[in-house]
Design a protein around this ligand. Structure first.
Ligand SMILES: Nc1nc2c(ncn2[C@@H]2O[C@H](COP(=O)(O)OP(=O)(O)OP(=O)(O)O)[C@@H](O)[C@H]2O)c(=O)[nH]1
Ligand SMILES: [Mg+2]
Length: 371
């Protein structure tokens, strides 16, 4: 079978798997959502087990069997101890260490690309660790330039019913969308506890949202005039109106499984957005980067050749004896051993994790001190 090209959705050859990156505020239900889509895909006919990456080093147990788990590579508690860090610094450093080996992770994923339809990334609970770190950007760019990718932004629906909270959450989503520039799905989770119609209404009709804002306490001052905050939020809602046009919103319950089909329909639609909007953009960026690298290389070679010519002219005897150095073994790129594990090569791939099983923490990892 010839490898399929992501910008050519060929019906005959195998399509590239679709990457779903789950991002969301702490406790929004990312891990439960990943577990739910895992079981949904397993229950398809024929089953389509996804390939799952857990990128949260601090989680004590995940409700799904991850194929690659950052905790198998980096011991986050040990990182905290060795580098003298607090919990967030520990998670960030663990993610940074893992990212240095992400090319190997991609190799493992590429190997499985022919046999899986979906690759799912669960991200750390602290949203900014993934969305505002260099590692998060490197991981996102690396997967997105290899596979069609979509961001699933998980929202804790019961906790976003207040207009101000809703707006903050949407602004956060907006910032992530503009940072990653990837196709984006707003996933209103926990609709078993709180239906998401209010959110859809606010997104479709910004006047309805402004009415909700106005009826909220604190929107008028003691003289009955709209407060500064209220005017600010009114103008922001106009900005967001533009943002909503670029994304899909679905309501799901990771608890009951409601909305899974709608979610996967949205994922499928985003494949086209990826192909028509994201791919040309990264190809343009890549070409520009290569061109500037090439220019730098040519410039330094020209200068080197110029220097050599002057040198040879000044010292013809040495120039006549000039030789290449003997080709000694170059062991500079001897790589560190890293224990990346592809769990799907274990005896029972795709089994649910036994949460009663202790994770072995026998390895005594000594990370080097920086500097
Ligand atoms: N009612 C209800 N509860 C849910 C749903 N999804 C998740 N939860 C609950 O929300 C809590 C947080 O879920 P997690 O999946 O751990 O959330 P998370 O975003 O992965 O959390 P961190 O990784 O720690 O940020 C858990 O108590 C879940 O049981 C849902 O659809 N409905
Ligand atoms: Mg989680």
């Amino acid at each position: 079978m010839s490898p399929s090209s992501s910008n050519q959705p060929d019906m005959n050859s195998k399509r590239k798997p679709h990457v779903i990156i789950t991002i969301g505020m702490a406790g929004a239900g990312k891990s439960t959502f990943v577990q739910r889509i895992n079981s949904y895909l397993h229950s398809q006919n024929p089953p389509q087990p996804p390939y799952i990456l857990n990128l949260d080093p601090a989680v004590t147990h995940v409700p799904f069997e991850a194929n690659i788990d950052i905790r198998d590579t980096v011991n986050y508690k040990e990182v905290m101890k060795q580098y003298n860090l607090g919990p967030n610094g520990g998670i960030l450093t663990a993610l940074n260490l893992f990212t240095t080996k992400f090319d190997q992770v991609l190799d493992l994923v590429e190997k499985r690309a022919e046999t899986v339809d979906h690759i799912i990334l669960d991200t750390p609970g602290q949203i900014e660790i993934f969305t505002w770190s260099a590692s998060g950007a490197i991981i996102t760019d690396a997967v997105a330039s290899s596979f069609p990718t979509v961001v699933a932004y998980i929202i804790d629906t019961p906790r976003t019913t207040a207009p101000a909270t809703f707006m903050s959450n949407m602004l956060y989503a907006c910032s992530i969308m503009y940072k990653t520039k990837l196709p984006f799905i707003l996933v209103f989770n926990k609709i078993d506890a709180q239906p998401h119609d209010f959110a859809l209404e606010w997104m479709q009709d910004f006047e309805a949202f402004q009415v909700a804002l106005a009826s909220h306490s604190g929107s008028r001052d003691s003289e009955g005039e709209p407060t500064y905050m209220n005017s600010l939020m009114n103008s922001m809602s106009l900005v967001l109106d533009e943002f909503y046009k670029h994304l899909k919103a679905v309501g799901v319950s990771s608890m009951t499984g409601a909305g899974m089909k709608e979610f996967f329909d949205a994922v499928e639609e985003s494949r086209e957005t990826y192909r028509t909007e994201y791919l040309p953009e990264i190809e343009r960026a890549r070409a520009a980067r290569e061109k500037s690298l090439q220019d730098i290389k040519e410039d330094s070679i020209n200068r080197l050749m110029g220097d050599l010519a002057v040198d040879r002219a000044a010292n013809p005897k040495a120039a006549a004896e000039d030789r290449w150095a003997s080709d000694e073994e170059d062991d500079d790129d001897e790589d560190l051993e890293v224990n990346l594990i592809d769990r799907s090569e274990e005896p029972y791939p795709g089994q649910y994790i036994d949460v009663t099983r202790m994770r072995h923490q026998s390895e005594n990892i000594n990370w080097p001190n920086p500097g």
